[in-house]
Write a protein that binds this ligand. Sequence first.
Ligand SMILES: Nc1ncnc2c1ncn2[C@@H]1O[C@H](COP(=O)(O)OP(=O)(O)OP(=O)(O)O)[C@@H](O)[C@H]1O
Length: 285
Amino acid sequence: MVIDRTSPGAPVRVRGLVKRYRDLIAVDRLDLDIDSGEIFALLGPNGAGKTTTTEILEGFRRRDDGEVSVLGEDPQVAGRSWRSRIGIVLQSSNDYAELSVEELTRHFARYYPRARDVDEVIGAVGLESKRRTRVRALSGGQRRRLDVALGIIGTPELLFLDEPTTGFDPQARRSFWELIRRLRDEGTTILLTTHYLDEAEQLADRVGVITAGRLVALDSPERLGGRESRQARVRWRDGEEMTDSPTRLVTELAGRYDGEIPGLQVLRPTLEDIYLSLIGGERDE
Ligand SMILES: Nc1ncnc2c1ncn2[C@@H]1O[C@H](COP(=O)(O)OP(=O)(O)OP(=O)(O)O)[C@@H](O)[C@H]1O
């Protein structure tokens, strides 16, 4: 199914967003644009303001200042039809312990004017074999997958994913990533918050890093924080060197060893290395 977009312009546009909790400034004049059809990952340490920001975008929290437009409307006043165009992965399934996977998914589908096919969605999250199982008998990771199913059943134009793969086994994460890419390819815009940097690397078209309620970096995972121009670490059995030109060093080493360089590794900074340097963390090699 391909999304038919009714609102022109960026699906998410935030200008000067401020949110205070008493004397704590949780979001501090944040500007953010999320483009149509992209996967945008919002990263930041615990307490950085990610949940506050997403919940303001979802219309669940009020802001103190700034402008927010989500699918062309102000989430603070937007109504039911707007809500049916966004998807949120909540931990909803826990509230329906006695329903089966299929019953619950069908139940949610009825709320949406453009619901996806129930069987297709259950298949997409890999729960076919649990179709008739009650929610209370699902494992933690299976429940989370069901939550994802409930978040996408309405064919949302904009999907919010808050730490979606917590508790997934590695295989389930891989197939979840595939599903998310497929949704993006169909035209869904996705806002992802995650503490898994490999997930952001795998999925995100762009990454924004926030600390203390402010956006401190914004770029593609490959370019974030000048990543592509950082030095590489060349490591081999007998040594290690930081260099701007790893190819030249490796060629030289190959000559030195007359062929295979024992234990050769060329290491570029990972997204996690870059992230930690951006938020001021240090990491031992
Ligand atoms: N309802 C609230 N009342 C008071 N303070 C709050 C409330 N919600 C959040 N905060 C504070 O606002 C700041 C931002 O919290 P938020 O939940 O947005 O962070 P986060 O980036 O989502 O963190 P995490 O990665 O831990 O989920 C924190 O210092 C938090 O203690």
